[in-house]
Design a binder for this molecule. Structure first.
Ligand code: GRG
Length: 312
């Protein structure tokens, strides 16, 4: 087998190489999140602690990595880390609110008690609100030039809003109380439409923010967005498969909950093997989409393979 560095210079990395290569990047992201979650004396201590409980909990940091790797693959940019942290704040807010009793009602997230279990529902709602707002403050104050900051705010706002993340979540919740009158094709189309908004939109926005802060040309932005769409859906299929396999300890959250609730999932609709094949085809599609970015996109290629092979 080729050594890691030989494989990397040839443009390939496997999932384990990816984890090794990504570790320093994850450390840098977490150090920046730690700094951004120090608040002044007007922030109540309980709110600060609740935010930090969720934001700094052990996590994969895939979305901020996508921002940094997209920027890197387009030549880099000094505002990339602020943009990366803004995306992670929006993601963490969505997890805190998703875990609330009124939504998915979960007690475990990122391997630790959910925000509302530890701090109460009201504080968890406020912690999510604070993170969502801070994300846009961060983009507006740290991304430069100002025109790029405004475009990042617009892109992230759209991805997190009523027609994307929040809309997908709303349809997902509505689907739980729906009868079973659809054909399998209709169910699959509906499932994909939910996940394109609920999971995929933030992946695409991460890549676009990376392209924006690196001042990437339009074709690179389009290639990264196509990569993000395919990767987002593959990630969700892999997530459903991991949930189906049901190892709560490895996942750091309750497993088999979707199946138990009769929720629509890819393995339930397509079967396990067919779901795996679909995810693998989407990863090939994602990798194919960024061919034009050349060797600078080695990390994005590896991240795509990792999404398929991940165990949590
Ligand atoms: C409450 C507006 C609102 C939206 C919630 C994110 C979300 C929408 C729901 C979370 C439930 C869920 C399992 C979604 C599908 C995939 C997903 C987003 C998983 C969590 O992301 P990971 O695996 O988590 O990247 P870490 O903890 O590693 O960041």
């Amino acid at each position: 087998m080729a050594s890691s560095s030989a494989a990397a210079s040839a443009g390939f990395l496997d999932a384990l190489d990816f984890l090794e290569r990504a570790a320093p990047m994850r450390t840098r992201i977490e150090a920046a999140l730690e700094v951004y979650s120090r608040y002044d004396a007007d922030c109540p201590i309980v709110l600060r602690d609740a935010i930090r409980h969720s934001l700094l909990a052990p996590a994969k940091r895939l979305r901020p990595m996508l921002v940094l790797m997209a920027a890197e693959s387009c030549g880099g940019g000094p505002s990339a880390m602020a943009a990366a942290c803004a995306v992670e704040m929006v993601h963490t807010y969505s997890l805190i609110h998703d875990d609330l009793p009124a939504m998915d009602d979960d007690e475990l997230r990122r391997g630790i008690p959910t925000c509302h279990v530890k701090y109460g529902e009201a504080t968890a709602i406020l912690a999510g609100d604070a993170l969502l707002t801070q994300a846009f403050e961060l983009l507006a104050t740290e991304v430069r030039p100002l025109e790029v900051a405004a475009r990042c705010c617009a892109e992230l706002g759209r991805a997190a809003g009523a027609s994307r993340l929040v809309g997908g979540q709303s349809d997902d919740l509505a689907a739980e109380s729906r009868g079973g009158s659809e054909s399998p094709e209709e169910s699959l189309a509906r499932l994909e439409a939910i996940h394109r908004r609920k999971t995929g939109a933030l992946f695409v926005a991460s890549l676009r923010l990376g392209a924006l802060v690196a001042d990437a040309p339009e074709p690179f932005d389009a290639a990264l967005a196509a990569y993000g769409r395919a990767l987002g859906l593959a990630f969700q299929i892999a997530d459903d498969l991991l949930d189906h396999e049901g190892n709560a300890a490895a996942l750091g959250k309750r497993a088999r909950k979707d199946g138990d609730r009769g929720k629509l999932t890819f393995p339930a609709l397509l079967g396990v093997e067919s779901s795996r094949r679909r995810a693998a085809a989407l990863i090939d599609e994602a990798v194919g989409s960024i061919e034009s970015l050349g060797p600078q996109a080695v990390s994005l290629r590896a991240l795509a393979r990792y999404v398929l092979d991940r165990t949590h």
